[in-house]
Design a protein around this ligand. Structure first.
Ligand code: FRU
Length: 327
C-alpha cells in the first residue's frame, strides 16, 4: 500500500468468527431443534464495517480521487497468533484492509473470539452468544501502535479513528490519549450495548457518536429524536449524533449554532420485488460503514443525504446473507 495516501480510517474493535445457525424459530429451554443451515464467517462490529467500507471505496463512482490512492483502511484489534489459521482467515476476509500492521497478535494463542448466533426465520431476529478469551489490549499497547501509525502516516492527511464500544474504561483512556497527543485526529464511537454504561463518558469526547435503539431505550427514551435531544448537553459542540431505530429508521443531529437534523424511515425495497429480510447480523455495522464513508469521502453531501445513503445500505444488507456485494 502506498504511503503517499492522505486519508486513513482506523477501526478499533474485536474480531469474531461467527457460526450462524438459521433456525425456524428460537428454541425454548430443553427443546431439541434442527437448524436449516450453518454458516461460518468472520464477524465483529468494526471488521464488518470495514468489509463494507472496502467495497464502498472501491466502487464509488463519485470520488475516483479517493481510492485507491488516498483512502486507506486499517484495523487495530487483538488477534490470535499471527501464524494461526484463525488469524489467516481473518486477514483473508479483509483483502483491502491493512490488518497486520497495527493489530496485536497474541503469540501462542490460536483461537479467535467466537460468536454462536441463532438466526430465527420466524421473528427475523438473531441472538448472539460470544466468547473472547484473548487478553484485552493494554493502553500501552494501543499507544505504541498509534505512535507507529503516526510516524508512518501522520502529517500526511486526515486520520479518523472509529471505536467499537467494547471496554469503556480502556476506550476512554485511548481517546484521552489521542486527543492529547494528536488533537487533529477525528474520533467516532459506537454506544451499542447499554450495559457498557461507561461509553457515555467516551461519547462526551467524540466528534461522531452512533447510538443504538437499545441504548436509547435502556436510557429511558422511546424515540430517536427525543433521545438525541437529551444527548446534546453531554456531547461536544459540533458533534454529530446518530441513532438507528430498526424498523423506525434513523435520526441524526449535527450540533452547532444552527442545529441540523435529519431523519429517514427504514429503507424497504419495492414491495413487488418479493425480497425478504434474511440476515440482520451486522445491519448496524453496515449503517456505520455508510456514515463513515459519507463523512470521509462525501463532504459535498448534506446530512440528510448521508443518512439516506447509510440507511439504504443497511436496508440492502438485511436482504442478503453476509456483507458481499454492497459496493
Ligand atoms: C454483529 C457482530 C457479529 C459478532 C458480534 C459481536 O454486529 O459484530 O459479527 O459476532 O456482533 O458482538
Amino acid at each position: 500500500m502506498s504511503t503517499t495516501s492522505s486519508n486513513h480510517i482506523v477501526c478499533v474493535g474485536a474480531v469474531y468468527i461467527d457460526t450462524i445457525l438459521t433456525v425456524p424459530h428460537f428454541p425454548t429451554e430443553d427443546e431439541k431443534l434442527r437448524a436449516k443451515s450453518i454458516k461460518r464467517r468472520r464477524g465483529g462490529n468494526t471488521a464488518n464495517s470495514l468489509q463494507v467500507l472496502e467495497q464502498l471505496l472501491e466502487h464509488d463512482p463519485c470520488s475516483p480521487q479517493n481510492f485507491p490512492s488516498s483512502t486507506m483502511l486499517h484495523l487495530l484489534a487483538v488477534l490470535p497468533d499471527e501464524g494461526s489459521e484463525a488469524a489467516k482467515f481473518i486477514c483473508d476476509s479483509l483483502p483491502s484492509v491493512d490488518v497486520a500492521a497495527f493489530s496485536i497478535f497474541r503469540e501462542g494463542l490460536h483461537d479467535a473470539a467466537s460468536s454462536y448466533i441463532l438466526q430465527s426465520q420466524e421473528s427475523v431476529s438473531r441472538t448472539i452468544v460470544s466468547i473472547n478469551e484473548l487478553p484485552e489490549m493494554a493502553l500501552h499497547e494501543f499507544n505504541s501502535q498509534i505512535y507507529q501509525l503516526n510516524e508512518k502516516f501522520g502529517g500526511k492527511g486526515r486520520i479518523w479513528f472509529h471505536f467499537e464500544g467494547r471496554v469503556p474504561e480502556l476506550i476512554l483512556q485511548c481517546v484521552l490519549f489521542l486527543k492529547k497527543t494528536y488533537p487533529g485526529f477525528r474520533i467516532s464511537v459506537e454506544c451499542e450495548k447499554p450495559e457498557r454504561v461507561g461509553m457515555a463518558e467516551v461519547a462526551r469526547l467524540a466528534d461522531v457518536v452512533f447510538y443504538s435503539r437499545l441504548w436509547a431505550e435502556k436510557n429511558g427514551v422511546g424515540d430517536a429524536r427525543r433521545f438525541l435531544e437529551a444527548q446534546r448537553a453531554s456531547t461536544r459542540d459540533g458533534a454529530l449524533l446518530c441513532c438507528t431505530w430498526g424498523a423506525g429508521g434513523a435520526t441524526a443531529v449535527k450540533k452547532g449554532v444552527e442545529e441540523v437534523w435529519a431523519h429517514v424511515k427504514a429503507w424497504k425495497p419495492l414491495l413487488d420485488t418479493g425480497q425478504q429480510v434474511v440476515d440482520t447480523i451486522g445491519a448496524g455495522d453496515t449503517f456505520i460503514a455508510g456514515m463513515l464513508f459519507s463523512l470521509n469521502n462525501h463532504d459535498d453531501w448534506a446530512l440528510q443525504q448521508k443518512l439516506e445513503f447509510s440507511n439504504r445500505l443497511a436496508g440492502r444488507k438485511v436482504l442478503q446473507e453476509g456483507f458481499g456485494g454492497l459496493g
